[in-house]
Design a protein around this ligand. Sequence first.
Ligand code: ZN
Length: 59
Amino acid sequence: MDDETIEVETMTIACDGGGGPLGHPNVFLHLDDQTHDIACPYCSKRFQLKEGATIAAGH
Ligand SMILES: [Zn+2]
């Protein structure tokens, strides 16, 4: 199965693997400040900031 990239609108996201065989405990990930993406270390899902999304400071 190919890696899927999920578009997000915040720099901090939570991933639980989406359940199923790739599911894992809920973890919070912070997108890279420069590339605006991150790969989950548990399930390898890729998250990328949606184009045009406003980067909110703090929580
Ligand atoms: Zn994950």
